[in-house]
Structure formats: structure tokens, C-alpha cells
Design a protein around this ligand. Structure first.
Ligand SMILES: [Zn+2]
Length: 194
């Protein structure tokens, strides 16, 4: 299953190599451009099926994720589970549900995301769900590229379709910066994904 995920990303030309600034502010020689995959409904359907199948017995009533990629993942997973989907947008320092989206008290909410690096945007969505008195049914991500792998966020187990360990560096410790390799800023204006 994990190999299938990497193959889909490779096929879509979504694994870029160079010197990148991630949305988290960290630098890395590899960038997973998920939108190259998410622009294909066929690929997106296959990937989201892994999350939907994992949580099939979890009595999920709502699927949610953070803007932007999380909107697509949440929608497709919800479609496959036959439930509704909502998304959480930036709101001050965290995230919240707008557009008239609501969660009923005690409703079981599955939190999904595309590529997890630090888990901060996923955590923001979990906090928003709890503020709205929802119950977290689980956390599912397409790719966990955090160093070491994330098994839990805020105590909730994380299911990832694929785990990959690619190095990330704080800007002041980045060997690529030290070598003077030009930096591609994907995490800021070009890819406002988390
Ligand atoms: Zn660097």
C-alpha cells in the first residue's frame, strides 16, 4: 500500500528535488507537491480510499481537513464514506469552521490532511473540532514525512498511507544554504497549504 502511494506521487511528477522552504519554515532537499496528485481525481480517489477503508468501522459522521489540500482530501474521503465534509480555514493563530459549517455536539469527526511535516495544521483542526464539541474519530494523512514518523497528535492515533523519512533543516543549520544552492520558497505565497 505504502509503495503504491509513492508510485502515484512519482507518476504524477509530484516528488521534486532541489532546495525547498516548506510551509513549516524548514528547509528540505525534497518537496512533495501534493497538488500535482490532487489535480487528478483518479489518483485522489485511489489515495483517499486507503483512508476511507481504514476508518470504515469508526462510525465517522463528518470528515474535515485544513485548507487547501485538506478540502479535497476531506471531500473525497467523505464521499467514499457517505458522510458530509467540512474544512477549517485560517483564523488568527489557529483554524476555525466558517461558511456556516457546523458540528453537532458529540458528532464523530475524522480529521484528514495531505502531507504531514510538523503536524501543526492537523493539530489546529483537532482543536477546532474540540471547540465545537465534536468527538475525534481519528486522524488520517496521505503522507507522513515528519522525521521519525508521527504516531499520535494530541493523544489521537494517526493513520498514514505512507511514511517517508526525508531530511528537514532549520534555516540556520541547512547544509544546502551553506552550499549556496538557491532556495525555492514553496511554503509561503506559492503554496499556502498549511
Ligand atoms: Zn536551506
Amino acid at each position: 500500500m505504502s509503495r503504491e502511494v509513492e508510485e502515484i506521487f512519482r507518476e504524477a511528477g509530484a516528488i521534486l528535488e532541489g532546495h525547498f522552504e516548506l510551509a513549516s519554515g524548514l528547509h528540505s532537499p525534497v518537496y512533495w507537491e501534493k497538488f500535482r496528485v490532487l489535480s487528478s481525481p483518479h489518483h485522489t480517489e485511489r489515495l483517499c480510499k486507503m483512508i476511507a477503508q481504514h476508518f470504515k468501522g469508526a462510525a465517522v459522521e463528518v470528515v474535515t481537513g485544513p485548507t487547501l489540500g485538506g478540502i479535497i482530501i476531506a471531500f473525497e474521503v467523505a464521499r467514499q464514506l457517505g458522510v458530509r465534509s467540512i474544512y477549517a480555514e485560517r483564523d488568527g493563530a489557529g483554524r476555525d469552521f466558517r461558511r456556516g459549517f457546523s458540528i453537532n455536539r458529540g458528532e464523530r469527526v475524522l480529521v484528514v490532511d495531505d502531507v504531514l511535516t510538523t503536524g501543526s495544521s492537523t493539530l489546529e483542526v483537532i482543536k477546532a473540532v474540540k471547540r465545537h464539541d465534536g468527538e475525534i474519530a481519528g486522524v488520517g494523512v496521505l503522507v507522513d514525512r515528519s522525521s521519525g514518523g508521527v504516531t499520535k497528535i494530541e493523544g489521537y492515533p494517526v493513520f498514514s498511507c505512507h511514511q517517508v523519512s526525508t531530511p528537514t533543516y532549520a534555516p540556520d543549520e541547512c547544509p544546502l544554504c551553506a552550499q549556496g544552492i538557491p532556495l525555492t520558497r514553496l511554503g509561503s505565497s506559492q503554496a499556502p497549504s498549511s
